[in-house]
Design a binder for this molecule. Structure first.
Ligand code: MF3
Ligand code: CO
Ligand code: CO
Length: 249
């Protein structure tokens, strides 16, 4: 299947609305990310916010995923399942929100610091956020998807951290995961050309140690093999004739 080309009128407006809502979920939940709250309570607050705004969660029941957001704490790379765990001072937690609004998907995540984190955790979170920004800056209509991973990997490696290879960004629009796969590392391939009308995510996962991951027996939770910390930020991007729009900003 080729990469879908959407139009920059109605389609873009639908995406802007879905993406704005997913961003608003993160803005809303930030105040609740504090020591003592459980990841399930965070999930339930996000779920209510999504439903109250006329949308549904894209992750709930997606391929059997049981919750409305992903909550990935400390050494969890992605796809953490909200549950009984209560946040404690110094934790880092990524909350990944994907909503479906009027049939359109908006996907974004941030890593939050709970109270006072170590210098390493702070540096890692800062680097993950900067890695996403650098990835977005590499997007140009007429450029290539491979530019994104090259830019991210060069930056992250220079700081001694590693880029996860087992998970990637993706096309998005009227379904959750569309082509292409958006790599966050340098694969020595240019990949497809980036063209107006493309919607996709960039969502680098950055580890303090080695890039390798494994999935726990719950079949979802991806953790670092070496138990090192992992941080991630995600935006949904829209490319028009002249602009690169960060739709979840
Ligand atoms: N939101 C994630 C992404 O960025 C996907 C989560 S799928 C789930 O692509 F099933 F784990 F929720
Ligand atoms: Co995504
Ligand atoms: Co996501």
């Amino acid at each position: 299947m080729p990469i879908k080309i959407y139009n920059c009128d109605d389609d873009l407006k639908h995406m802007q609305a879905a993406c704005a809502l997913s961003k608003n979920v993160l803005d809303f939940i930030e105040q609740h990310v504090q020591a003592g709250i459980s990841t399930e309570e965070l999930n339930d607050l996000c779920h209510k916010f999504i439903v109250d705004n006329g949308a549904i969660s894209a992750t709930l029941n997606y391929k059997g995923f049981p919750k409305s957001v992903c909550t990935s704490v400390n050494n969890v790379v992605c796809h953490g399942i909200p549950g009984a765990y209560r946040l404690k001072n110094g934790d880092i937690i990524n909350i990944d929100v994907t909503v479906i609004l009027n049939g359109w998907f908006g996907d974004t995540s941030r890593t939050f610091i709970v109270g006072e984190a170590t210098n390493l955790a702070k540096k890692l979170v800062e680097t993950a956020q900067k890695a996403l920004e650098i990835g977005i800056q590499a997007v140009k209509p007429g450029g290539f998807f491979g530019d994104i991973g090259k830019a991210i990997q060069t930056y992250v490696q220079s700081l001694g951290f590693s880029v996860v290879r087992d998970y990637c960004g993706h096309g998005i629009g009227t379904s959750f995961h569309e082509e292409p796969m958006v790599l966050h590392y340098n694969s020595d391939k240019n990949g497809e050309m980036i063209l107006p009308g493309m919607f996709f995510t960039i969502e680098p996962m950055i580890n303090a140690g080695l890039h390798k991951t494994r999935v726990l027996s719950d079949k979802w939770t991806a953790v670092t093999v070496d138990k090192s910390l992992s941080a991630q930020f995600e935006h949904t991007i829209g490319v028009t004739e002249n602009d690169v729009l960060t739709l979840t900003k």
